[in-house]
Design a protein around this ligand. Structure first.
Ligand code: DGT
Ligand code: CA
Length: 572
């Protein structure tokens, strides 16, 4: 899939252009990048079939950008991008990764202090050279230092949502090879961890050499780290490493169990084996020298006296004990989800109209969709005011009538803002008319813990607020959670009947797995939402479901597994 590679370059081009303060063009590149990221088809397939004309048919891709895509597909590079990069003295893409630093600030830092990279940035911040600059100040300087620390921690890990489509693409290509008898994605990716270090793939084959040769010739490979008879490792141009291992069919199940991991789960299962006088390794389960299982993973768990453990919870967090007692949770599944309630439409600057969003939801088999556009405090997102919400209500009523479906409803919500003092940016009279109200924090993230906790609790106490969106506010690889006392939040949620969101947007995945588990244990209900700003982003739902599973959530813990009439009962 070349879409991601090109999208990444387009984002970087937009950053360079923004730094140069070029008008309009950065936006065109950003928009095109978003389109490419969300495109179902591979641009190279489109190009092979329909040429430049086909590329121009993609929404948001004009002639200019189509030519850039063509150039990349033909030559593997975009000269314009390389020129921009060469011309610019600063390392824009690594600097923008520091939270709160945009192209404009980066330009100032370069002009005033000659800062070109993160190392120099850190040095300057530590020497207090940034605070005195106009538009920066003490707080910004502190935030930059915190941002750099955070970046160091998440270095070398990639978002599940960005790596998964690429892994699936490689998986599909390998699967089609006739020498491949069995194939699975393994490692942290199979466990659907929120971030992963690399793509691990396991294959059963009698002709490993053929598989290896094919693998290292795949499109998009930048470098081959190693290539042996049973293992090969490559770096993709998108920056990920892919590892494949080939084993004989006879030990495939044992290898699967081993490579899915986690390491901690493996160590614990080996202990179970030892306690039963057996030995477990990646080749099989052994009684003395005799192999008693290995071909099939389920059989291994069975002979260990355990239920088969779903990969998402193989973290040695109590699943071994539960599996031994036959008490594993019955984890929620994607097919249990009946609809979702956090979607943005063109009313607040999203890509698609309400009708387009609704049609996509129907296509995906939903029974309902909730439109929850941003509200007025968020001016940059064209947040709606009370009057606009009322107009939107009419539009949604009209659409529901027009669609005339018994089995499908568009609901009107709103993603309101929790202001600094815990109040909501929309008046009660207007909130009352919505089918449900989401409230979230989108500003002043750095508050003292008790203050932040009280801010959230005050919002939960509001008699119209039903759902708290992305409750901890973290952005993976970008921003730490804001400080809250999560136990107090759970207590308040229980008291006021507030639903906490599992936001499936790849950079959020908030609540995370651990908090989901705490939520479940406290008996607080959750909802899995996509936060889609584009109809194709509804596919993020599976990332949210995966985190819910990692948090041991069952169908009954998640309110949008319920049909519409029951769902509505949760709202005030
Ligand atoms: P990652 O790559 O950091 O996102 O996480 P994983 O879990 O994919 O880790 P990785 O790629 O190093 O190894 C893949 C699996 O192989 C891991 O989940 C379990 C297994 N494994 C690796 N090293 C060990 C080990 O030292 N002992 C045991 N028991 N299993 C291991
Ligand atoms: Ca891995």
């Amino acid at each position: 899939m070349r879409n991601q590679e090109i999208a990444k370059i387009f984002y970087e081009i937009s950053e360079y252009l923004e730094m140069d303060e070029v008008a309009f063009r950065p936006y065109a590149y950003k928009k095109a990048a978003l389109t490419l990221e969300n495109l179902e088809q591979d641009v190279s397939d489109i190009y092979i079939k329909e040429g430049l004309k086909g590329l121009k048919k993609i929404p948001g891709i004009g002639k200019h950008l189509a030519l850039k895509i063509e150039e990349y597909l033909k030559t593997g590079k975009i000269k314009y991008f390389q020129k921009l990069k060469k011309k610019s003295p600063v390392d824009v893409s690594t600097l923008t990764a520091v939270e709160g630093l945009g192209p404009k600030k980066i330009k100032t830092l370069y002009q005033k202090l000659g800062i070109k990279n993160v190392k120099q940035l850190e040095k300057a911040a530590k020497a207090h050279k940034i605070a005195p600059l106009f538009g920066f100040g003490e707080k910004t300087e502190q935030n930059i230092l915190q941002g750099i620390e955070f970046l160091k921690k998440s270095k070398g890990r990639f978002l599940l949502g960005e790596i998964l489509p690429i892994a699936r693409d490689i998986y599909e290509k390998l699967k089609r090879l006739k020498e491949v008898e069995k194939i699975d994605i393994v490692g942290s990716l199979k466990r659907m961890k929120e971030t992963v270090k690399d793509i691990d793939i396991l294959i059963a084959s009698r002709k490993p050499k053929k598989v290896m040769d094919f693998f290292v010739s795949l499109d998009g490979i930048e470098k081959v780290w190693s290539k042996g008879t049973t293992r090969a490792s490559v770096r993709m141009r998108t920056g990920f490493d892919v590892d494949i291992r080939v084993v004989p069919k006879e030990s495939y199940g044992a290898a699967l169990q081993y490579f899915i991991g986690s390491k901690e789960h493996n160590i614990a299962t080996r202990k179970v084996a030892i306690s039963k006088g057996l030995k477990l390794n990646e080749y099989g389960l052994f009684k003395g020298k005799r192999k008693i299982a290995g071909k099939n993973e389920k059989e291994i768990y069975k002979l260990l006296g355990m239920d088969w453990v779903p990969p998402e919870i193989r973290e040695d967090q109590g699943e071994i004990e539960a599996a031994l007692k036959g008490k594993l949770p019955k984890l929620v599944q994607l097919k249990d989800i009946k609809g979702h309630l956090h979607c943005h439409s063109s009313w607040n600057g999203g890509e698609n109209s309400i009708l387009e969003m609704a049609k996509k939801a129907m296509e995906l088999g939903c029974d309902y969709i909730g439109i929850s556009d941003h509200t007025k405090f968020l001016r940059i997102e064209y947040g709606l005011n009370e009057k606009q919400l009322l107009e939107q209500r009419k539009e949604i009523d009209r659409l529901n009538k027009k669609l005339g479906r018994k089995k499908f409803r568009i609901l009107q919500g709103a993603e309101t803002n929790i202001l600094k003092d815990g109040s909501i940016d929309i008046k009660d009279e207007a909130l009352k008319k919505l089918d449900y109200v989401i409230a979230g924090i989108h500003s002043s993230f750095k508050m003292e813990k008790s203050e932040m906790t009280n801010r959230l609790i005050k919002a939960m106490r509001n008699k119209h607020v039903d759902i708290i969106s992305h409750p901890t506010g973290r952005l993976l690889k970008q921003r730490e959670e804001y400080e809250i006392d999560f136990d107090k939040i759970l207590k308040a949620a229980k008291e006021f009947g507030t639903i906490l969101e599992i936001n499936a947007y790849p950079i959020r995945l908030d609540l995370n797995d651990l908090n989901i588990r705490r939520c479940k244990e406290a008996g607080v209900k959750m909802i899995i939402n996509t936060d889609a700003h584009h109809k194709e982003q509804m596919k993020f739902l599976n990332l949210g479901v995966a985190q819910a599973r990692r948090g041991w959530a069952e169908k009954k813990d998640i309110i949008n597994t319920q049909p519409l009439n029951k769902l509505l009962k949760h709202f005030k």
